[in-house]
Design a protein around this ligand. Structure first.
Ligand SMILES: O=C(O)C(=O)C[C@]1(C(=O)O)C=C[C@@H](O)C=C1
Length: 352
């Protein structure tokens, strides 16, 4: 394998001036080359947040407003409160609404569930990250403990169906199958609880949190019904501006890139990290949408279009203030067809 090219900052010189401003400069340099991005609103002038601000009230002293998808009692609301204690969690009907609320300055942050230890990646939400121009400024891991909820007086034997978010239903797959319940998907777990309560349903239950049971005055028929007691969802916190990456605590960086077709190209892309001892924690691929990439010779000989081109999402354990991360991305940028830094943010090291 080819040796890593001579790098800026390795062995002295530029590395000494490597710091927050250099890291932000680089993040911004890698921001623009992504594909399906909305244009930056001219009003959204850069106003970088420090990593301290990322967990505190907004700078004018008012409570930080954090948008989440769902209604009161949703797990996303708990994630918002874990990330920003004392924040004002603002419910939104859809994820797009939560993103737009940040973009329009109606709120300060949005919360987005991105992966679950049982259900895996939440693919739709990966797509949202590139459809919008927000920055990842934090992550939170939340233990998700599902309950089976029903109206007072209703017993498990009375239930025919169960309502919940598709992820929550998937996380309770075995238990619900054993109970013989027909699954019905709705937008969020707490919304399911609200629906069951407001319509006083006798044949339907909801999979939701104990908090939702309290809010909508439902009875908890069974607790901890997820298929594995260790059920953890990872959420991302999004803001209009990136935080200044530091090296004072463990940081993670999330990027998205695309590559030319060819043998070993993905191997080469991953090698830019391996060569510099940068540990990858996640890799995900998603189809490049709205883009049917034609091969150079297909117009003349009628060869089929290439439908299977991908965006690769990678999380790695390093801050953008780390010279190894900067050099790895500079290297990747030499051959990637697009590259965007989605954010560099403190790792959630809290006990779950
Ligand atoms: O429906 C909710 O309560 C949510 O917050 C959404 C969501 C998800 O999208 O994964 C969050 C955590 C759980 O994994 C189940 C559902």
């Amino acid at each position: 394998m080819a040796a890593a090219p001579k790098e800026e900052g390795e062995g002295g010189g530029i590395g000494a001036r490597n710091g927050a401003s250099r890291a932000l400069e680089l993040s911004r340099a890698f921001e623009g080359s992504g594909g399906e991005n909305v244009q930056r609103d001219a009003q959204l002038l850069p106003r970088p947040l420090s990593s301290i601000q990322s967990s505190n009230p907004s700078s004018d002293g008012s409570r930080l407003r954090v948008a989440y998808q769902g209604v009161r009692g949703a797990y996303s609301e708990s994630a918002a409160e874990k990330a920003y204690p004392n924040c004002e969690a603002v419910p939104c009907e859809q994820f797009d609404t939560a993103f737009q609320a940040v973009e329009k300055w109606l709120v300060d942050r949005a919360v987005l569930p991105i992966e679950n230890s049982l259900g895996g990646s939440i693919h739709r939400n990966y797509d949202l990250l590139i459809r919008h121009r927000l920055h990842i400024v934090g992550e939170v891991k939340l233990a998700v403990k599902h309950c089976l909820l029903a109206n007072h007086g209703v017993e498990i034997g009375d239930l025919r169906r169960v309502l919940s978010h598709p992820q929550a239903l998937a996380q309770c797959e075995h238990t619900l199958t054993k109970m013989g319940l027909v699954r019905e998907e709705v937008d969020d777990t707490a919304g399911a609880a609200k629906h069951v309560a407001f319509h006083n349903l006798k044949d339907a239950g909801a999979v939701a949190s104990a908090a939702a049971a309290k809010i909508y005055d439902l009875n908890i028929l069974a607790r901890d019904i997820q298929d594995d007691s260790d059920n953890v969802t990872r959420f991302l916190m999004l803001a209009r501006e990136p935080i200044i990456p530091g090296t004072d605590k463990p940081f993670k960086t999330s990027i998205v890139f695309s590559l030319e077709e060819g043998p070993g190209v993905l191997f080469k892309a991953l090698a830019v990290f391996a060569l510099r001892q940068v540990n990858l924690t996640k890799i995900e691929s998603r189809p490049l949408r709205k883009q049917t990439v034609r091969t150079p010779d297909d117009s003349s000989n009628g060869a089929p279009n290439r439908y299977f081109d991908y965006h690769f999402y990678v999380d790695f354990e390093a801050s953008m203030a780390d010279v190894n991360a900067q050099n790895a991305l500079r290297h990747l940028n030499e051959f990637a067809t697009s590259l965007r830094v989605l954010g560099s943010y403190p790792v959630d090291t809290s006990m779950i």
